[in-house]
Design a protein around this ligand. Structure first.
Ligand SMILES: *Cc1c(COP(=O)(O)O)cnc(C)c1O
Ligand code: SF4
Length: 413
């Protein structure tokens, strides 16, 4: 996983499609129509490894193959270990099942009062509005339904979901996801956002989308107008590797930010792709430069055929340790494991606390130096009984001569 970051460069251009007119290249429907979805198409541009070939043939039973030309350009066709390639080109490992894996590893279907609406947390819901994406991530948590390769036959029930939200005043936060909500037509999105805005108890509306990464051309001025109209709409994009941070993505983020959309990023920790502190550091720095605040790093969910992506949880902790204190606080995401079976997201943190009791907390900093923070206050002048009885406060001289405790407790070791 050797990656060298060139901070001065943002990938740009049409790559393997030099003769496509710019008006087509920049048009999201052209990009969508010209996606690479079949082995023969892929072979026009690269030679898949035998492992990839087997994976592509299996994909039609698991999760469809689809890669936009724009995103395909980011693949290193000479490197089977390319971090972009592994995210979107299937490998034979997808057919290998492990005992701990589940189709619905987060128990979403059990927590769905209406198909496509997951109500797991007290005050917010996940609203799955479509099962289609611009490209398909081989490690997708919702592989069971997304792309419909497994015949899940997801039919979003938008009206029933809206009615449920309207009837539940405790729902103050609605997260639109899927599939990718930004594949809906403008008028459909306008309608859904308008309906949600009209529900007085819905305070917070956000969209989870990988469209800016796979299909930045979709972030049109018209779409931005819809976000402006119904704003504030927050958005979580999904970038896993610094190579995905191109000029086109940067421009799309700028259009969103200028339309008043606060941007966060969610990454999935993926073995051999981004489970490396240097790669993650390069990624979070690029994100900040694109006005995107790193939000979550997810441990890989236990989906069927996903084991080849699973990174060691200790790597994830090591990454957070390598970031916290060593770089901008805004650049440090929260690492979480979505508890298998449906326990929700649980923060997984490096352990900075060595000991804590009623008296004190002993902890270490990012450099490993140890500190003590007293929890219990010690009176500046101990009530030794020597001060004149009846006097409530120590004499000013006594205060002045008292040795002040150092503001910062000394390093213990
Ligand atoms: C991730 C998720 C949310 C949102 O969680 P936040 O921590 O608020 O970002 C809500 N509902 C479900 C089911 C989720 O998986
Ligand atoms: S964009 Fe999101 S929903 Fe779509 S395949 Fe990727 S991870 Fe799954």
């Amino acid at each position: 996983m050797s990656y060298t970051e060139d901070r001065a460069t943002w990938y740009n251009g049409q790559g393997l499609w030099p003769n496509t007119p710019g008006s087509d290249w920049g048009n999201w429907t052209w990009q969508f129509r010209n996606r690479i979805t079949r082995l023969e198409q892929l072979e026009q541009y690269m030679t898949p490894t035998p492992e990839e070939r087997a994976g592509i043939l299996f994909a039609s039973q698991k999760l469809a193959l689809a890669i936009t030309p724009y995103f395909f350009n980011l693949i290193d066709r000479d490197d089977p270990d390319c971090p972009i390639r592994k995210q979107v080109i299937p490998r034979a490992g997808e057919a290998q099942l492990a005992a701990e894996e589940r189709l619905d590893s987060l128990g979403e279907d059990e927590h769905s009062p209406v198909p496509g609406l997951v109500h797991r947390y007290p005050d917010r819901v996940l609203f799955l509005v479509t099962d289609r994406c611009a490209s398909y991530c081989r490690y997708c948590t919702r592989s069971r339904m997304v792309s419909n390769a497994q015949h899940y036959d997801f039919h979003p029930q938008h009206e029933a979901a809206l009615e449920y939200i309207a009837a539940h005043p405790e729902v103050r936060d609605v997260l639109l996801s899927g599939g990718d909500p930004l594949l809906l037509a403008d008028n459909k999105l306008d309608y859904l956002l308008g309906r949600l805005r009209a529900i007085p108890h819905v305070e917070f509306i956000r969209i989870g989308s990988r469209i800016p990464v796979f299909l930045p051309q979709r972030i049109t001025p018209q779409l931005c107008d819809i976000f402006r109209k119904h704003g504030p709409i927050w958005m979580s994009i999904h970038v896993n590797h610094p190579k995905e941070c191109t000029q086109a993505l940067k421009d799309a983020c700028e259009r969103l930010a200028f339309a008043g959309v606060p941007l966060g990023n969610q990454s999935v920790l993926l073995r051999g792709i981004n489970d490396d502190p240097e790669v993650m550091k390069a990624l979070v720095h690029r994100l900040l430069r694109m006005r995107v605040r790193p939000y979550y790093i997810y441990q890989m969910d236990l989906i069927t055929g996903g084991a080849h992506f699973k990174a060691d949880v200790r790597r994830g902790i090591e990454i957070i340790e390598a970031l916290r204190g060593h770089t901008t606080g805004y650049a440090v995401p929260q690492y979480v494991i979505d508890a298998p079976g449906g326990g929700g997201k649980v923060p997984i943190n490096p352990d900075y606390i060595e000991r804590i009791n009623d008296q004190e907390v002993i902890f270490r900093n990012f450099e490993g130096r140890r500190f003590r923070y007293p929890i219990k206050s010690t009176p500046l002048v101990p009530d030794s009984g020597e001060i004149e009885s009846g006097s409530e406060r120590p004499a000013p001289e006594a205060l002045a001569s008292a040795k002040l405790a150092p503001h910062r407790e000394p390093v213990l070791a």
